[in-house]
Design a protein around this ligand. Structure first.
Ligand code: G3I
Length: 306
């Protein structure tokens, strides 16, 4: 196979990209997307502030452009993200407990109903744990007002809203098996699976740089989560740097996913370098002229393509 998507498909996986709706009119952006990728994540357009900027007033048009592009190309669609402390509209921050609970459940219900049947995997909850050594929950408005049960409640609501979508917990800095944050997320997923709380997948964002390198135990982390009976997905991959050094890290990540049978897909967080959220860096697989970088070749080779 000569594209990322086709090579990944031969290994039973998808290969996706984060897409921004405002680039869908650019011909090289779209032709690269259509040629190489078999899954799409909206980079910002399905977040709470974009979809429900005012209470119970939903704006789906921009996100729908991405969804319909994916559908037209036969691509999978990852839903990102239902409940997150960031990109949360101001009105949510000011709600008290009962109101916040009903707003969270209403948001999940309305958004999942709108996209029912179109989403392969939903990031139901994003980034709910602290960084650092505490292993604690992040002190978000949801944690403060709803207490420890809020994540479980979000997943239970999500399962009812769209029983056919896979429900994921998604986070970053959960790559190194020995880190407290990884252990805390693992403990939550183990608790959920043991009590029958609906969860189907764990997303590993995989934003790597020199301060947060790909850990040598990455494969162990993915395998240990998979052994809980959930799929694992690499959901927002980008790696700072350039050249062969960057390429080898991309190769290693791809190999780690392929080595875990329940690692069913990889998504890179953008297409050409200059549209990356990491401005000034070159963390993606295509340069600003949409030339394939060494990192692209390494990923394609790791997938068995050429
Ligand atoms: O849309 C507005 C525009 O109207 C305004 O003029 C402009 C001025 O700043 O801002 C635009 O919004 C920006 C938005 O991206 C769309 O481009 C926001 O400022 C900017 O903060 C936002 O950044 C996004 C970031 O999430 C916000 O948290 C990045 O594009 C997006 O790549 C990034 O993605 C996150 C994942 O969702 C979760 N994991 C981490 C990842 C990287 O931070």
């Amino acid at each position: 196979a000569s594209t990322l998507g086709a090579a990944a498909a031969e290994k039973g996986r998808y290969f996706g990209a984060a897409v921004a709706a405002n680039h869908l009119g650019e011909s090289t952006y779209v032709s690269t997307l259509n040629r190489e990728f078999t899954s799409v994540t909206a980079e910002n357009e399905m977040k709470w502030d974009a979809l429900e900027p005012n209470r119970n007033s939903f704006q789906f048009a921009t996100a729908d452009r991405i969804a319909s592009h994916a559908r037209g190309q036969g691509m999978k669609l990852r839903g990102h993200t239902l409940v997150w402390h960031s990109q949360l509209p101001g009105w949510v921050q000011n709600l008290q407990t009962n109101d916040l609970r009903s707003a969270m459940n209403n948001h999940i219900n309305q958004v999942m109903a709108h996209y029912r049947g179109q989403i392969d995997s939903w990031d139901v909850v994003n980034e709910a744990f602290e960084d650092g050594s505490s292993g604690a929950r992040r002190n978000s408005v949801f944690q403060q007002r709803l207490g420890n049960g809020w994540i479980e409640e979000a997943f239970r609501t999500a399962r009812q809203a769209d029983p056919n979508a896979k429900l994921c917990y998604n986070d970053y800095n959960t790559d190194n098996w020995s880190h407290a944050k990884t252990q805390a997320v693992y403990a939550m997923v183990r608790d959920f699976t043991s009590r029958g709380v609906p969860i189907d997948c764990v997303g590993f964002q995989a934003h790597f740089n020199s301060g947060n390198p790909v850990p040598s135990n990455y494969h162990t982390t993915l395998q240990n989560f998979a052994d809980l009976g959930v799929d694992v997905q690499i959901t927002e991959l980008d790696i700072a740097g350039s050249g062969q050094q960057q390429a080898e890290q991309y190769r290693g990540i791809t190999q780690a996913c392929l080595a875990v049978s329940r690692c069913n897909g990889i998504t890179v967080w953008g297409i050409p370098d200059h549209y990356s959220w990491r401005s000034g860096d070159t963390p993606l697989l295509f340069d600003r002229n949409y030339n394939k970088k060494a990192a692209y070749t390494a990923v394609l080779e790791a997938l068995g393509g050429s």
